[in-house]
Design a protein around this ligand. Structure first.
Ligand code: 0A1
Ligand code: ZN
Length: 846
């Protein structure tokens, strides 16, 4: 139910809880609609506390009884929990509550998924399980007893004892309630062991539904690789005797780092060559690493309050990206991270949902698990490391772990260890945490008497989140090339700290060609027209070489969109050359070919003051693909043949790169042969990467029907593969058909809209089909709004996240804006709209 008036919470209002929680004992008597939760919690008043209010959060709980030191008490219910008169000395609080997991479709708190019980407590789900000070700065030691007729009964920490129908767990590490977890059900385990560098033998288990046993081996290996990597690179060892992972079909996010009991969306952990693509494998490896790395960055050191979310998320994303770069290819990982940053974080930072990496207010914290907190949060740490160097970073991190182990910390604590470890003043750098908006950096240059000068001017567009942005510290990695293509100055880091600043490079015999912002050394946008054709041919920095190809493609596409010009010959020659250059990593070449996404082009047009026309963007993208296929027609069959993998399938970077390039080539070939090669690949495919890519190109070639039916018959039993089947039809539909395709799929008997994965596969994918979603007649907007209104009462969190599809609405023409405006109004007016969705729609409409 909607709160009477949604409350805004401010960082500046932070006050500590007036009590410490010395220990927590929980007993669960599981029953689908009437689970009893009994809590026994030892509280002690904090002598120095200013606010002694004894307030416990609680939502949707039926209080059966409450006692203090064994005496029945009558607490006072409030909107969001209860208050109670308590003694001014340590005391024991006992409560029994009843909850209804079977009716919990929001998937927050204790809920059921296919009959199995599981929990999701981050951010504020624990209050739906029992009365508790549900805030991250309250940390305690939990002992949990689960009573239920289920073969598998799991909670955090180490197993203490178990018998028929019960199990007891004890977690010795103090933790906030958001890291609590419980799982009960009929699950099968894939087991292994790991010995830590401290000599601890850890029993590892991945618990899955019967039938999924064959999809566990990769996730288990990824876990062991992560455990080893965190020891080798960060010196961090695991600290319990067991580590459990559970796969769940119904889950709002990717996964959750609960202490010793990570709970995963099945799509983020289950993998087999037949059912998962190479990209799925890579994503799974990264998410397993991410959740595991949280054990130190998030769990051992947690956040003081939810405003500090980037403290754990930015750092853990940064760590998982380092891991992937080490396991696979560093340049390829950097390119794919930057693509994600630009596609998701930049639009957020440049639209109505803009907020600082550390926000200063919120209504619903679930709405702040954003690309800004996660991805920009990781970029900020990457810049910090660039500025202080590898050794400074290591010293600072060691100090962070040593000083703050067991703490609920803040960004101030984090920056302080860097200041102490390196002697650097980070006052100005801290603006990266407090200012919203993507800085824009204009570049100009000159050359005189052998001295080359580069000048930069930075400017962050003001927003309602940050009306008066100040200059940031921007590390700009620069290299210089001679006119004949040799590198005359290897990468140097220039520190831009002023609004405008110049840097000089003497002793050069000719004006060099600069390669600026190598490796995307800061999350900024450059205003600069580099010599892209030259850099594509000569740059030594693989990121900027890719960037040059992308800039050429962008300029060519924008020319076609706004002026009807033909695809640029320079781009065609450059890309064709790289695609055939066997000295380059195939995965990298796959990225060099990939053109900017259509929504990215819409952003670029908007930035240049042109209203984007989604149909024109679509058409120009098609023309460019065809032009590249024509340009390479002679070499495609041979390139395709040379990038087939004969060896047995392995999800490693080398094979994945071969397949990625082979499939890129197949996509071009399909534009020339009407899909014959794609049909052959589909018919002979022995793994999902090959099968799904071929299916996509068959749909694009207009001959996908038989293959789609065959695919459905083959994979009907596999829900994760069927998510792909739903999504692929939507994303590969022509713009005119996309809404109808998505709508038809919502009528399919397997469209279970209460399952977030299926909902996202269909409607989330649809909102990412740029020209389809923005169809002229507004049918796309209506379709999404209808479904968001329907989903909101069932699952507010997933609904709210998907509202961001509308965040870029002000880019488009007046007619589209008016149609979207009406849909936003319609959503806002839906009866009992959740706090989550209300906040999102209100901000988007601002
Ligand atoms: N902390 C988890 C993801 C997560 C975030 C929020 C959730 O509910 C609001 C649930 C899970 C991670 O970063 O992996
Ligand atoms: Zn995380």
């Amino acid at each position: 139910m909607r709160d009477a008036a949604p409350q805004t919470i401010y960082l500046k209002d932070y006050t500590p809880f007036g009590y410490t929680v010395e220990e927590v004992h929980l007993t669960f008597d599981l029953a689908p609609s009437a689970t009893r939760v009994t809590s026994r919690i030892r509280f002690a008043p904090t002598p120095e506390a200013v606010d002694k209010t004894f307030f416990l959060h609680g939502e949707n709980l039926s209080l059966i009884s409450a006692k203090i030191d064994g005496e029945a008490v009558k607490p006072n219910p409030t909107d969001q929990g209860l208050t109670c008169d308590v003694p001014n000395v340590p005391f024991t609080w006992e409560a029994e509550v009843q909850i209804d997991p079977a009716a919990n479709t929001a998937l927050e708190g204790l809920y059921q998924s296919n009959g199995m019980y599981c929990t999701q407590c981050e951010a504020e789900g624990f209050r739906k399980i029992t009365y508790y000070p549900d805030r991250p700065d309250v940390m305690s030691v939990f002992t949990v007893r689960i009573n239920g007729p289920h073969p598998v009964l799991l909670s955090n920490g180490n197993p203490v004892a178990s018998g028929d129908g019960w199990a007891e767990w004890h977690d010795p590490w103090p933790k906030p309630a958001y890291l609590f977890a419980l799982v009960a059900g009929e699950l099968v385990a894939h087991r292994d062991t790991f010995e830590t560098m401290e000599g601890r033998k850890v029993d590892l288990a991945l618990h899955v539904r019967a039938g999924d046993e064959g999809k566990c081996a990769f996730g288990m290996q990824a876990l062991k690789d992560s455990m080893k990597w965190d020891e080798d690179v960060y010196g961090r060892a695991y600290d319990l005797d067991v580590f459990n992972i559970v796969a769940v079909d119904d889950f709002n996010m990717g996964a959750m780092e609960n202490k010793g009991l990570n709970i995963f969306n099945a799509s983020a952990v289950l993998a087999s060559p037949e059912t998962s693509t190479d990209s799925n494998f890579e994503r799974i490896e990264a998410i397993i690493a991410h959740e595991y790395f949280h054990n130190w960055t998030g769990n051992r050191i947690t956040c003081r309050d939810w405003f500090q979310l980037c403290l754990k998320e930015g750092l853990t994303v940064f760590r998982d990206s380092q891991f992937t770069a080490d396991m696979r290819s560093e340049p390829v990982k950097r390119i794919s991270d930057v693509i994600v940053l630009r596609a998701h974080q930049f639009p957020e930072d440049q639209g109505p949902l803009a907020h600082p990496v550390r926000p200063e207010s919120f209504q619903e914290i679930n709405n702040f698990y954003t690309a800004t907190v996660y991805e920009k949060g990781a970029e900020v740490i990457r810049m910090l490391k660039t500025l202080v160097g590898d050794a400074g970073y290591k010293t600072a991190l060691d100090l962070y772990f040593e000083r703050h182990d067991g703490d609920a910390a803040t960004i101030e604590d984090w920056l302080a260890v860097f200041e102490e470890a390196t002697g650097r003043d980070l006052t100005q750098f801290k603006r990266w945490y407090s200012q919203a908006g993507t800085p824009r950096v204009a570049v100009s240059d000159s050359f005189e008497d052998g001295t080359y000068t580069l000048s930069f001017a930075q400017h962050t567009p003001p927003s309602s989140a940050t009306p008066d942005p100040q200059a940031q510290v921007i590390p700009i990695a620069v290299g210089l090339l001679s006119p004949d293509g040799d590198e005359v100055m290897p990468t140097q880091i220039l520190e831009l700290t002023q609004d405008s600043q110049s840097f000089s490079f003497p002793g050069l015999s000719a004006k060099p060609v600069p390669s600026i912002l190598r490796g995307c050394s800061a999350p900024v946008e450059l205003e600069h027209t580099p010599d892209n054709a030259f850099l594509l041919a000569h740059d030594t920095d693989p990121f900027n070489r890719w960037e040059a190809a992308r800039n050429l493609a962008k300029a060519s596409l924008l020319g076609t969109i706004t002026g009807g010009t033909a695809p640029d010959g320079g781009w065609l020659d450059g890309v064709a050359g790289l695609l055939s250059d066997d000295t380059l990593d195939p995965a990298y070449r796959g990225y060099v070919f990939a053109m900017p996404g259509q929504s990215q082009l819409a952003a670029d047009l908007h930035q240049a003051g042109t209203t984007p026309d989604p149909d024109a963007i679509w058409a120009a993208s098609e023309v460019h693909r065809k032009a590249l296929a024509d340009r390479m027609a002679d070499v495609l069959p041979d390139l395709y043949a040379r990038h087939q993998v004969d060896a047995p399938y392995a999800p490693d970077a080398a094979q994945a790169g071969q397949r990625a390039l082979g499939n890129t080539v197949l996509s071009l070939l399909s534009l020339l042969d009407g899909g014959d090669a794609a049909q052959a690949q589909f018919d002979g495919a022995t793994n999902m990467t090959q099968q799904l890519a071929a299916l996509a190109y068959l749909i694009r070639a207009g001959r996908g029907d038989a293959a789609l039916a065959q695919f459905e018959a083959q994979w009907k039993h596999d829900r994760l593969v069927m998510d792909k089947w739903f999504g692929l039809q939507v994303i590969e539909a022509d713009p005119d058909d996309a809404a109808d395709t998505a709508k038809a799929l919502t009528l399919h008997p397997d469209f279970n809209w209460k399952n977030p994965n299926r909902f996202r596969a269909t409607l989330g994918t649809f909102s990412g089909h740029h020209a389809g979603f923005h169809a002229k007649d507004g049918s796309g907007y209506t379709l999404l709004a209808d479904w968001l209104i329907k989903l909101d009462p069932v699952n507010p969190q997933t609904t709210a996240r998907m509202c961001s599809a509308f965040q870029t609405w002000r880019r488009y023409d007046a007619i589209r804006q008016s149609m979207i405006g009406k849909e936003l109004e319609r959503i806002a007016a839906a009866p009992n709209l959740s706090r989550d969705t209300t906040e999102m729609i209100t901000r988007i409409r601002e």
